[in-house]
Design a protein around this ligand. Structure first.
Ligand code: SAM
Length: 673
């Protein structure tokens, strides 16, 4: 099974650094850490020093010019600071790399700068202004964990917030060139500890290089003990020496010994992928693959591009457990990712609104749960905070009688319009049809459609919600359909506008286009697509229970709040037994049951057999009603794995999403399925 949550550092907000600002003789400014008593970049032309030490120290101009692999070149770094080093790597890539090449930057930071300080520091480099602007725009919330920024079509930055040694040990990915930055070892010995060097070695590609400004003894000893060869090179400016070197044979990755079943399948980067299902899971996967230059055929039985107005709004929300667990970590990462991704995809908010989401403490039990969540998680108030009923009412724009959890930056999305938009991503070809069966062929997979059409593709992503388990290859995965119906009311003039998506039993977003959505019902095991009056009645009853003030204001404004006057939309969602999505390669369930049969007798007898998977078959499903928060990040997980890139989550969370997890759990519990 995946490691327990305790193996991960706390899910918490991170402190910003204490800064002062120095000014050089030319008037340009730069930050100084008062805590570490050290500069972020040299007072004498920091950019030239970065170019000398890190860029040329890793021979990047030559290596990037020669980069013709379909996977991205990966640069890793120990202390992100102002991002100057990474922006210089990006600029170097633009100057030297061939047009098809891609760059992936991975950096750790324990004390993330405030956004304004970041912008101020980077204003020292006008020639990097456009790069800096992309970074500042997407600068993540200071929450421990991984934050993926899509800097441009070819360049991705993963910011791993937290201690460098801890974060690199959690990295699921391999690095080609390391920038060993961080304050001077004498001033920051805690970072330059042996665990950092062993984590760097374990996350290195064979032949990975490194460069660093320091020649300190603990660095030389640490590097050598971890297997890096180092040599001195001339330093920049007044610094006499620096270090550079490489690791020819990184140590074997031992973390898979405890969970060999999660060993990723061998990589063969495809040219053409078929994605089954053009809902949020499939459409985001298609767009993520197309961004990587892969031709995608996106298949759905409904013509997702022919839009009738639905006025449907989905909540961008999560429900986090009072005690930190892997699922909550994933969902919070997903929410933060979706928020950033949507802001970049649709900066003018035609498809979504960051209205904020309020979760009412509708019972004493729920209030206690919320209080203990807040006590256990010191997260930034911009991410989630507790409000008393007065503040909650002010935020909601209507009286609520309970305290609440407020997610000020979450909101709502028009899911139908979002999926239609993603289906038009360049590189994605939409095909209307119903996939009946999959067949392995020499070049990959052949998909047989109900019409008799056959579509061939190198690889396949199955993203068809509860129907994802309807193929022979996926039939063993437990997946349950869940019917949900939303009710819709055309608002009368004078109805009060909501200030937030309000979640009580169900959810109610602020009305867009004059239509109020509320619901949804929750019927596990049901697949009836027809609208039901009884479900409208249930949604109304729920609204009256959760937001009585809204109901009476609507009635006073003349709304006809009776089930027969409501319209609505029905959707069939999919849920896994543990309510975490399935995102990853499709396991060969029969092979797993044979290979790991010994677990049924003794869970500590772990056969050293890597998990067998159907080659080139992937799954993104079981997103339940939280797909807007989970699917965009799952799409990145799958696309990154397919393209041999670092993953946008810590490895225990990647394992937590693995579609094979229930097979192992059932074996361990003696249930052979
Ligand atoms: N590379 C940076 C740039 O391009 O601006 C400059 C790095 S600055 C000299 C050192 C950075 O390392 C600071 O941002 C500091 O907060 C960070 N740092 C210090 N200790 C750390 C640790 N244990 N883990 C991760 N980052 C750390």
């Amino acid at each position: 099974m995946s490691r327990p949550s305790a193996a991960l550092p706390p899910l918490t907000g991170l402190a910003s650094p204490d800064l002062s600002w120095h000014q050089d003789e030319n008037g340009s400014i730069g930050p100084v850490s008062t805590q570490f008593d050290d500069v972020y970049f040299s007072r004498h032309d920091g950019r030239a020093e970065t170019e000398h030490v890190f860029i040329h120290g890793n021979d990047l101009p030559r290596r990037l010019a020669a980069w013709t692999h379909p996977r991205p070149f990966v640069v890793g770094e120990s202390g992100f600071g102002t991002g100057l080093n990474m922006l210089c790597a990006w600029a170097c890539f633009e100057t030297h790399a061939p047009p098809q090449a891609r760059l992936h930057l991975v950096s750790t930071e324990r004390f993330p700068l405030l956004r304004d300080d970041l912008a101020r520091a980077l204003s020292a480099w006008p020639e990097l202004a456009t790069h800096a602007e992309r970074l500042v725009q997407q600068w993540p919330e200071p929450v421990a964990g991984v934050h993926r920024l899509l800097l441009d079509e070819r360049v991705t930055l993963d910011l791993h917030f937290g201690d460098a040694a801890e974060r690199i040990a959690l990295l699921d990915g391999q690095v080609d060139a390391w920038f060993l930055d961080g304050f001077a070892p004498a001033k920051n010995p805690e970072m330059w500890r042996p665990e950092l060097f062993s984590a760097l070695a374990a996350a290195s590609r064979p032949g990975a290089t490194f460069a660093t400004f320091t020649c300190a003894g603990i660095v030389k000893r640490g590097l050598a003990a971890a297997g890096f060869a180092w040599r001195k090179a001339p330093g920049y400016g007044r610094k006499r020496e620096m270090l550079r070197g490489e690791i020819s044979l990184p140590p074997p990755n031992e973390r898979r010994q405890a969970t060999p079943w999660f060993t990723p399948p061998d990589v063969k980067i495809p040219q053409h992928v078929a994605v089954i299902g053009a809902g949020i899971a499939g459409a985001t996967a298609a767009a993520a693959l197309a961004r990587r230059g892969i031709a995608v055929t996106l298949i759905d039985r409904f013509d997702r591009a022919r839009l009738e107005p639905t006025h449907l709004q989905g909540a961008l929300y999560v429900k986090l457990a009072a005690d930190t667990n892997l699922q909550s970590r994933f969902y919070l990462a997903g929410l933060l990712h979706s928020r950033r991704w949507l802001a970049q995809l649709d900066p003018h908010h035609t498809l979504w609104q960051p209205s904020g989401v309020l979760q009412l403490g509708t019972s004493e039990k729920e209030q206690a749960r919320q209080a203990s969540f807040l006590a256990n998680h010191a997260l930034p108030e911009s991410v989630v905070r507790g409000l008393d009923s007065t503040a909650a009412s002010a935020a909601a724009g209507i009286e609520v009688n309970t305290p609440a959890l407020d997610y000020p930056n979450a909101g709502w999305v028009k899911p139908i319009e979002l999926c239609a938009h993603l289906a038009t991503t360049p590189g994605v070809a939409f095909h209307q049809g119903e996939v009946k069966a999959l067949h392995a062929v020499a070049t990959g997979w052949a998909l047989t459609l109900a019409s008799g059409t056959i579509i061939e593709a190198d690889q396949v992503v199955i993203a068809s919600a509860s129907e994802a388990s309807s193929y022979a290859e996926t039939a063993a995965l437990p997946l349950q359909p869940v019917r949900g119906q939303i009710s819709q009311l055309t608002l009368p003039a004078g109805a009060p506008p909501l200030g937030r998506v309000v979640c009580a039993g169900g959810y109610v977003p602020p009305a867009a286009d004059g239509v109020l959505n509320f619901g949804a019902t929750f019927h596990p095991g049901e697949v009836d697509p027809h609208e039901r009056e009884a479900d409208h009645a249930a949604n109304l009853a729920e609204l009256e229970r959760g937001l009585p003030a809204l109901v009476s204001a609507l009635c006073s404004a003349g709304a006809k709040l009776t089930p027969e006057r409501l319209t609505g939309r029905t959707g069939i969602r999919a849920a896994s037994p543990d309510k975490t999505p399935y995102a990853g390669p499709v396991p060969d369930a029969e092979a797993w049951r044979n290979d790991y049969a010994s677990l049924a007798k003794d869970a500590t007898r772990i056969p050293a057999i890597p998990g067998r998977h159907y080659p080139g078959l992937w799954l993104s499903t079981a997103h339940g009603s939280r797909g807007l928060s989970s699917a965009p990040l799952c799409a990145e997980v799958i696309a990154s794995r397919i393209c041999d890139e670092p993953l946008p989550l810590e490895w225990p969370l990647v394992d937590h999403l693995h579609p094979g997890r229930r097979i192992i759990r059932d074996l361990v519990r003696g249930n052979k399925g």
